[in-house]
Write a protein that binds this ligand. Sequence first.
Ligand SMILES: Cc1ncc(COP(=O)(O)O)c(C=O)c1O
Length: 389
Amino acid sequence: MSDPVISQLIPLSVPELSGNEWKYIKECLDSGWVSSVGKFVERFENALAEYTDCRYSVAVVNGTSALHLSLLACGIQPDDEVIVPSLTFIAPVNTVRYCRAYPVFMDCDRDTLCIDVRKTEDFLFSECVRRSDGFTYNKKTGRRIKAVIPVHIFGHPANMEHLLDISIKYNITVIEDATESLGSEHKGKKTGSFGEAGCFSFNGNKIITTGGGGMVVTDNKDLADRMRHLSTQAKKDAITGDHDEVGYNYRLTNIQAAMGLAQMERLEEFIEIKRRNAVSYRDLLDGTSNVDFLWEQPPSKSNFWLYTIKVPREHRDALMKYLSEKKIQARPIWKLIHTLPMYAECQAYKIDEAYQAHGTCINLPSSVNIKREDLEYVAHCIKNYFHGT
Ligand SMILES: Cc1ncc(COP(=O)(O)O)c(C=O)c1O
C-alpha cells in the first residue's frame, strides 16, 4: 500500500500556545514588569507547587539550572559522587560536574527506561560501604556517594518507592529530574514530589513551555530559601548591593512566568490529549510485527511526553530514514552518557539494558496539537516500512 502524500513536516514536539499566553504577556509589557520581579513569577511558582502538592517552589531560567541549584542546596561537594542513569539527556550529568562532583553511571530498567533501582541497590550493597560518619562511600574510589538523580524518561515514572527506601538505607539524597514528566504520577503522587527536590523544564519541546524556563519544588523551606538566594546572585540586600557568597543569575523572568501560568491552565487538558493519543498510536500500531510501544507501568501514570517505540536494532536507522523521507520527524534515543569522551573515565556499573534501549528506541511525533490524521499517517508509514522489508 503506498503512503498518502503530506505537504507539511510532522514535528517531534512543538508547543500549543492558544490560551492566555498573549494576554498575560501583554500585561507584563503594558505594566513594564518584564524582568525577574513581577506578580507572574510568584503566581507561576504557586501554581506549580499546588499542582505537585509541594510546599515550596523556585522558578529558574531552565531545567539545567534547577538541577544545578538543587545539587548545590543539597550539599553536593567537590569529589562527592552522584548516581545517575547513563540513558538520559545530558543535563543532569553535567550539573554534577558543575559542582565538581563525579557521576556514577547506572543502567536502565527495561520497562520504563528509567534508572534500574535494583542494580542501584546491588551497587550500593556490593561496591559501597557505610562509614561511621553516616555516609556511604564507594569502595573503589573512596568517594562519598551523596545523591542519586532519577530521571523520569519520556514522562514514565522511575520506581520511586524502591529508590526512596534504599536512599534512606544508604543515606543518599534523591533529587528528581522530572523535567520530562510534569503531571506524571505514582499512586496519585506527582513526580517531582518524591525526592528532596524535584526539577522541571519548560523548554519549547516540553509538555508546557515558557520558551526556556525551569522550576524546583520541595517541601524543605531551608532548601527553597537557599535555592532562591543562590538564584538571585546571593543578594543579601536589594539596594546596597550586598552579597554573601558566589551566586547565580538563574531567576525566571516575569514574561516567561506569564507564559508559564497560561500554559499551566491547560496542563490537565494537555495530559489528557497526550494520554488519548498514546492509546491511538498503540491501537493503530497494534499487531505490527517488530514494533513495541513503550507503555506506562501501573500503578504509575505517565504524561506520555514523548511517544516511543522499540524496533529491532537492524531497522532503527533505516526506519528513521524512511520516516524522514515521509516528512515525519522521529529521533533515536540519546547516546549513552558513559560512552561520551568527557565521561569515559567515570565509573559505569554493569550497563547492559541501556545499550539495548539505545539501539532500538525511536521517538515519534508527540505534540499536544498533533492531528488524528497525522497519527494515522505516522502509524501507516511505520506499517508500510515493515511490510516492505
Ligand atoms: C531529562 C532532562 N533533564 C534536563 C533537561 C534540561 O532542561 P533545560 O533544557 O530546560 O535546561 C532536559 C531537557 O531539556 C531533559 O530532557
